[in-house]
Write a protein that binds this ligand. Structure first.
Ligand SMILES: [Zn+2]
Ligand SMILES: [Zn+2]
Length: 127
């Protein structure tokens, strides 16, 4: 699971839709970190790994969702009742996306875009 946190205007629809799907997956995974859940420790560990990679920003889950859905037609999956982060270790709660790495990884994989190379072209035009 990975959030890009790049301006959606600089992203292709494939990446916008993909990140949107990941936001919902991340919320599901967050729900499984609650101490009453089976294997919650394993889910917390997964979240910490993503945090260390600079792949997630849990505090922005809802706002990022609202930002992305503006660009998605026929959106039908509200982001409601995002679980509290209180029980998570600080490194997970305060995780930020490594945007430099995000931009680099998106540019380095033009084949993941639709049309091919679309995000890279938009990002390069911008800078
Ligand atoms: Zn949604
Ligand atoms: Zn793209």
């Amino acid at each position: 699971m990975r959030m890009w946190m790049i301006d959606p205007k600089l992203m292709c629809i494939q990446h916008i839709v993909g990140e949107h799907r990941e936001l919902h997956a991340l919320k599901g995974s967050l729900e499984r970190t609650k101490p009453e859940c089976n294997n919650y420790e394993r889910h917390i560990k997964n979240i910490i790994t993503l945090a260390k990679e600079g792949f997630i920003d849990l505090k922005s889950l809802k706002s990022r969702h609202e930002e992305l859905v503006k660009h998605i037609e026929n959106h039908n999956s509200p982001m409601e009742n995002v679980p509290t982060l209180k029980h998570l270790p600080k490194e997970a709660r305060n995780a930020k996306v490594d945007k430099e790495k995000a931009v680099k990884d998106i540019i380095d994989r033009p084949e993941a875009c639709r049309p091919v190379g679309c995000c890279g072209d938009k990002i390069k035009d911008e800078t």
